[in-house]
Design a protein around this ligand. Structure first.
Ligand SMILES: *[C@@H]1O[C@H](CO)[C@@H](O)[C@H](O)[C@H]1NC(C)=O
Ligand SMILES: *[C@@H]1O[C@H](CO)[C@@H](O)[C@H](O)[C@H]1NC(C)=O
Ligand SMILES: *[C@@H]1O[C@H](CO)[C@@H](O)[C@H](O)[C@H]1NC(C)=O
Ligand SMILES: *[C@@H]1O[C@H](CO)[C@@H](O)[C@H](O)[C@H]1NC(C)=O
Length: 392
């Protein structure tokens, strides 16, 4: 990409934004690569700085990208791609994968988590589904055998369609057919102190039923909110309701363990097909700006107000090779030439006049015991079928 455009994008950033977000340890972004026109990885770091992001989630272990983050304080979550899962179940294969894809970079690159697969449980691939947890365990034990299990967490990212019910949040429940996989997974995540990752897109719910779903509620704008009558908790935005539905599902799963829930992907497209109501630069700016501001403020969800919700925005760039509807190729905060897809910085500046979020200083939390990673995977498309789950 031409350098001038990158420089241009840096000029638009506001010093106040840098100050307000630079100290937040919690804003992450997905750096997806399903494109043939992205800038080289070393041009990415200034872009991340410009929006105050210090955590990055990758969908693989691309050596050039891992090297480009060397010597930075940016914390990476890397992905072990779905097709490898059946082989990785074998402990020797897992160890050799760690030795060649993780270990060589650790001296200079901060890798704090590995996501094994993306949205595997809602794929229709029974070989992947059955091998998922065994593969995660093999990766964990491989890390332990080289002394890295406390530094690097092992988890996987789920589509919100793992839930069969999400409304009201207190009624959250997993699809009954998945419990046999999810219960032992919760147990493993609890035991290894790793988070449960969820890809959550209020956009899908809005797009599916724009007449019934309040745009203010999904875009974090002032609104009356929704009260969950069985808990008395009031939800001011749909993302929090979705996360709490997941927490309720964990509690209802019948495993006497709990987990931290993090949002491994969320975002809003700046363009879409004619039938994709709500996909616009204005709405994308509002959603991502308000989201990032809220995360920087260290807010938890109504069920866990004291635990700052950790989130990875989807995504860094528009990805021109993603299949599916037009929206899929327009989730980026940046265009491939490094210019902003829309003026996010103005949105972040204006946020306190539009959302009424309390201005609390970002809460600096120490690294989680196994490393404070986030993970998720890139495929917004896989979650596409989820909206109906959030409507009834
Ligand atoms: C899984 O299979 C069902 C039934 O064949 C189908 O309706 C659904 O779309 C499939 N899901 C995925 C993610 O392929
Ligand atoms: C909660 O109760 C109020 C008053 O009865 C009702 O209007 C509202 O729809 C209920 N909300 C839910 C989520 O059931
Ligand atoms: C594991 O589950 C127990 C019981 O619910 C809970 O007290 C503990 O905090 C959980 N650990 C983690 C790391 O979530
Ligand atoms: C922005 O936040 C500050 C500090 O909380 C507050 O004093 C001010 O009134 C807010 N501005 C607007 C326009 O709401």
């Amino acid at each position: 990409m031409p350098m001038p455009s990158l420089i241009l994008s840096l000029v638009v950033l506001s010093p106040s934004l840098l100050i307000s977000l630079a100290f937040s340890p919690m804003i992450g972004i997905n750096y997806g690569q399903v494109a043939n026109n992205l800038p080289s990885p070393e041009k990415v770091i200034p872009l991340l700085r410009s929006i105050g992001v210090n955590r990055v989630k990758l969908f693989d272990t691309n050596p050039n990208i891992l090297r480009s983050f060397a010597g930075t304080d940016i914390e990476l979550t890397v992905g072990l791609p779905d097709p490898l899962i059946p082989q990785i179940r074998d402990p020797a294969t897992a160890l050799s994968w760690i030795r060649s894809n993780i270990k060589p970079y650790l001296l200079r690159t901060k890798i704090s988590a590995i996501t094994v697969g993306n949205e595997v449980l809602t794929s229709n691939d029974s070989a992947l589904i059955q091998n998922l947890l065994p593969a995660m365990k093999s990766v964990h034990y491989a890390l332990a055998s080289v002394g890295l299990d406390r530094r690097i967490a092992v988890t996987t990212a789920h589509s919100l369609t793992v839930l069969s019910s999400s409304y009201p949040p207190s009624a959250g429940a997993f699809q009954p057919g998945l419990l046999t996989y999810i219960c032992p997974l919760i147990h493993f995540l609890n035991k290894t102190r790793s988070p449960f990752l969820i890809n959550a897109y209020p956009f899908f719910a809005y797009k599916a039923d724009p007449k019934r779903v309040s745009l203010d509620y999904v875009l974090f704008r002032p609104n009356a909110g929704v009260v969950d009558n069985s808990t008395g908790l009031r939800y001011g935005n749909m993302l929090h309701a979705q996360v709490d539905a997941l927490l309720a599902a964990v509690a209802a799963a019948g495993v006497e363990r709990t987990v931290e829930v993090r949002v491994s992907e969320t975002g809003w497209p700046s363009a879409g097909d004619d039938d994709e109501v709500g996909a616009s630069p204005e709405n994308a700016r509002m959603y991502n700006g308000n989201l990032m501001k809220m995360v920087a403020g260290g807010k938890g969800t109504p069920m866990r107000p004291e635990s700052p919700l950790q989130v990875y925005v989807f995504a860094l760039f528009n990805e021109n090779l993603k299949p599916g509807p037009t929206s899929e190729r327009h989730y980026g905060l940046f265009k491939p030439d490094g210019t902003p897809a829309y003026d996010l910085t103005a949105s972040l500046r204006a946020v306190n006049s539009t959302t009424g979020f309390e201005k609390s200083p970002p809460r600096l939390t120490g690294p989680m015991s196994t490393g404070s990673f986030h993970t998720g995977t890139s495929s917004a498309s896989v979650s596409e079928s989820s909206p109906r789950n959030f409507l009834t």
